[in-house]
Write a protein that binds this ligand. Structure first.
Ligand SMILES: Nc1ncnc2c1ncn2[C@@H]1O[C@H](COP(=O)(O)OP(=O)(O)OP(=O)(O)O)[C@@H](O)[C@H]1O
Ligand SMILES: O=c1[nH]c(=O)c2[nH+]cn([C@@H]3O[C@H](COP(=O)(O)O)[C@@H](O)[C@H]3O)c2[nH]1
Ligand SMILES: NC(=O)CC[C@H](N)C(=O)O
Ligand SMILES: [Mg+2]
Length: 507
């Protein structure tokens, strides 16, 4: 049976899989197609709707990607999001310009006109914006349904053509899910045709079909993603899997012992490899964040290739998730935000075949799979920790003495979060060591020492994030402990940037 899809045209947005995922969650099958897919090709699939994603381009640039203009005349409901809205406006004769005031992060939306799209929603709510261009005049026949302070034309419509300047797909838009629900079920009259189903069974089969009789080594970090990937694959192919945990000298205080004891208890075939000298020597003198990420990626692979040779494995299993792929511009049209060591950081010639069963999923979906697999909560609730580890939390060159300072500061922050019952309330938290010094006074003596920044964010998938409103008393306590206990630090600051426009990590 052919399922009627919701079609998403991809203009290179960071969020394109998030759109697909929102639609999946609402029980509708969805497909992502290239932005220039012909209208007749789209029509053949009998879709419920066409959604135009956001994207990094600006419609008035000569090389801007634009969809087949016929899509506006198919009589199929259409929803343009951010760049998608701007493309529709431009092609139908409206005007889009670079805005004087750009809009990143939270904005308040005010609904001006009732519409099925806003069914059941309040007249005012928070939405998440990420744009520099702005619709300044509408094409003929369009009306405004909602505005924000910076975007008078935040939601527009003509018949079944809708355009939205904000991002309903990101978790920080308060009623984003409801907007998709209303669009699919009230505007498009869609019928449920997709069950999240048993993703676990599907994945097990996929792994068995790919690996067949082969052997696999798993790059295991002790984090949520690679743990879920390992347990899943172990269930699929048993002891033909071996897990390799690399101590690259960039791990947190106590982490090696912690990870070892977790994995002994899960009874997975497990090996620890100490490669810290190799990683630290390669990073010596390197300041550029992208360069550091690539070095870590390549060095990881060197270690894994050696391990594979020893065990005769042909596959390398990684816990790669969708955000890693998209930020490394692993999808067409997307810009590189940062090279995730496990995607863009891989060498061109890879002697191993990659196995990445979680590649199109998001962190919270992976946690759900982990739960189904019986992985203990304590492990599943661990905060994400990037593969390049502390090397991207020491801004600039990575020196051994700085690693020690950062380890101590980070340990205090996390220990106190746990003590105060806040660890599971924030999505991710860590300390960053800044490459600057500032003046202090301790016991009547002048100090001139380093600065630590604390970062704690609320998120559901890492694609967007807001800074956690940690209690002042808590921050005060952590500041005091860090400055009193960690030699070399005389100042602590708290990072209050959201993503966008910042990112979660500093490098
Ligand atoms: N120290 C390590 N040893 C072996 N493999 C690693 C290590 N660090 C990272 N990796 C590999 O790189 C992948 C990506 O790292 P990433 O930190 O995104 O995922 P994770 O560690 O599994 O989960 P989390 O995001 O919860 O930390 C991991 O899934 C794992 O396959
Ligand atoms: O395995 C990883 N390898 C990497 O190279 C990497 N860079 C960032 N991160 C993690 O991804 C999430 C989003 O981070 P950013 O907002 O900083 O891009 C956050 O949870 C980051 O910790 C990484 N994970
Ligand atoms: N997120 C987007 O789709 C951005 C669209 C466009 N490049 C802008 O800055 O307005
Ligand atoms: Mg990790």
């Amino acid at each position: 049976m052919q399922r009627r899809p919701a079609i998403i045209l991809n203009f290179g947005s960071q969020y394109v899989q998030l759109i697909a995922r929102r639609i999946r969650e609402l029980g509708i099958y969805s497909e992502i197609l290239p932005f220039n897919t012909k209208a007749e090709e789209i029509l053949k699939r009998d879709p419920y709707c066409v959604i135009l994603s956001g994207g990094p381009a600006s419609v008035y640039e000569p090389s801007a990607p634009l969809p087949d203009e016929d899509i506006y005349h198919l009589g199929i409901p259409l929803l343009g999001i951010c760049y998608g809205l701007q493309a529709m406006v431009y092609q139908l004769g409206g005007v889009v310009e670079r805005a004087v005031k750009q809009e990143y992060g939270r904005a308040k939306l005010t609904v001006i006109k009732d519409d099925p799209l806003f069914y059941g929603l309040p007249k005012e709510f928070d939405v998440w914006m990420s744009h520099a261009d702005k619709v300044v005049s509408l094409p003929e026949g369009f009306e405004v349904l909602a505005s924000s302070e910076n975007s008078p034309n935040a939601v527009i419509k003509k018949g079944k053509l809708y355009g939205i300047q904000f991002h309903p797909e990101v978790a920080h838009t308060t009623y984003g899910r409801e907007i998709f629900h209303n669009f699919l079920y009230r505007v498009c009259n869609a019928q449920k045709n997709w069950e999240v189903g048993d993703l676990v069974e599907e994945k097990l089969q996929e792994i068995r079909d790919t690996v067949k009789e082969g052997k696999v080594i798993c790059a295991l970090s002790g984090g949520v993603d690679s743990t879920v990937a390992a347990v899943l694959t172990h269930r699929a192919i048993g002891d033909r899997l071996e897990c390799i945990f690399v101590d690259h000298g960039l791990l947190r205080k106590g982490e090696v012992q912690e990870v070892e004891s977790y994995f002994r208890s899960l009874s997975l075939p497990f090996r620890k490899v100490n490669a810290s000298e190799l990683f630290l020597s390669r990073l010596k003198g390197v300041e550029d964040p992208e360069e550091k990420r690539k070095i870590v990626g390549r060095t990881f692979i060197e270690v894994f290739e050696k391990e594979a040779e020893r065990s005769g494995a042909e596959y390398l299993l990684q816990g790669t998730l969708y955000p890693d792929v998209v930020e490394s511009a692993g999808i067409p049209g997307a810009k590189v935000i940062k090279t995730h060591h496990n995607v863009g950081g891989l060498p061109e010639k890879l002697g191993l075949k990659l196995l990445e069963p979680l590649k199109e999923l998001f962190k919270d979906e992976v946690r759900q799979i982990g739960k189904k697999l019986g992985i203990p909560d304590e492990l599943l609730q661990r905060h994400p920790f990037p593969g390049p580890g502390l090397s991207i939390r020491i801004l600039g060159e990575v020196k051994e003495e700085d690693l020690e300072i950062l380890r101590e500061a980070d340990y205090i922050f996390i220990e106190e979060l746990k003590r105060w019952g806040l660890y599971n309330k924030v999505w991710q938290a860590f300390a960053v060591l800044l490459p600057i010094k500032s003046v202090g006074v301790m016991g009547d003596v002048r100090t001139y020492e380093r600065v630590v920044a604390l970062r704690a964010v609320d998120s559901s998938d890492g694609m967007t994030a807001d800074w956690s409103r940690l209690p002042y008393d808590f921050l005060d306590h952590v500041m005091r402990r860090i400055i009193n206990e960690v030699k070399g630090i005389n100042r602590v600051v708290y990072d209050i940037s959201s993503k966008p426009p910042a990112t979660i990590e500093w490098e």
